[in-house]
Design a protein around this ligand. Structure first.
Ligand code: IPE
Ligand code: IPE
Ligand code: MG
Length: 262
């Protein structure tokens, strides 16, 4: 036990495999409320295996299943996963189509289990620009799960942090021009209320697999004081053990929010 604790403290990766230890190290009363994940690295994972990128995207769905299940089991409030950015349209049409098809397939296959686990599914992003099949699948999933009271699963689709802010500014502008809102009254709370994540807590932790160290236009406003957890593990290899490791690491952080050490 002592050796494991020392390894954990030193950031020794050997303890990764020990789920029982990670679980015992986790304080369930201090879990993050909101976990955000940039599901990245599918293409490189497939490439390393000499396979087409689609193979990696399909494998990534399995990681999503496991992470969603574990998040619900732990009792997290919100899990936000970045599935398709406003910039991902730049990819070949064939890849975009595969990603949309995988989304539809995921929702159809998983909605029963999501409901059994009391999870509500929401889409965040410019949903109206998604293909009809994706919009329909999202609407069905939302309709079926909207009254569930457990984990909220936000799937970020055609999501861009800058687009989200532009849309919020436009909507606020409309309210100002109608005389419903005084520009002097615009504050951080009002801006938050016009974002896709209105009413939800900001992410406590952002996980980015794949070894890239950037936010890629994800939750720009909401990440103001979020803890970052970066790993070189590719998303298709990301398993519950990595989520648990992130949670344990999170509990060792000293979040000061601009103040002084506790
Ligand atoms: C993440 O994996 C999935 C999406 C962005 C839709 P990538 O497709 O970006 O995989 P890499 O980063 O090229 O390895
Ligand atoms: C971010 O990954 C978007 C998603 C995971 C959906 P990208 O692969 O698109 O980001 P960049 O291009 O490496 O910044
Ligand atoms: Mg990528």
């Amino acid at each position: 036990m002592l050796k494991k604790l020392v390894n954990l403290w030193r950031g020794n990766k050997d303890f990764n495999q020990d789920e029982a230890f990670l679980r015992s190290a986790l304080d369930l009363s201090r879990l993050p409320r909101h976990v955000a994940i940039i599901m990245d690295g599918n293409g490189r994972w497939a490439h390393r295996r000499g396979m087409p990128r689609a193979y990696g995207h399909r494998a990534g769905v399995e990681s999503l299943r496991e992470v969603v299940r574990t998040s619900a089991e732990l009792g997290l409030d919100v899990l936000t996963v970045y599935a398709f950015s406003t910039e991902n349209w730049k990819r070949p049409q064939e890849e975009v189509d595969i990603l949309m098809d995988l989304l539809v397939e995921y929702l159809h296959k998983e909605i029963d289990e999501l409901c059994t686990n009391n999870i509500s599914v929401r889409a965040i992003g410019r949903i109206k620009d998604l293909p009809l099949s994706a919009r329909e699948a999202l609407a069905v999933a939302w309709q079926r799960s909207k009254d569930n009271t457990g984990l909220t699963l936000n799937i970020a689709l055609n999501y861009g942090g800058r687009t989200e802010l532009v849309e919020a500014v436009k909507s606020i502008g409309v309210e100002v021009s109608k005389g419903n809102l005084d520009p002097g009254d615009i504050d951080e709370k009002i801006i938050s209320d016009y974002l896709y994540t209105a009413g939800q807590p900001d992410p406590d932790i952002l996980i980015r697999p794949s070894g890239d160290y950037r936010v890629s236009n994800f939750l720009l406003w909401q990440l103001a004081y979020t803890e970052f957890w970066l790993t070189t593990v590719m998303w298709p290899d990301f398993r519950r053990i990595h989520l648990l490791q992130a949670m344990v690491d999170f509990q060792r952080r000293d979040r000061r929010f601009g103040g002084l050490k506790k």
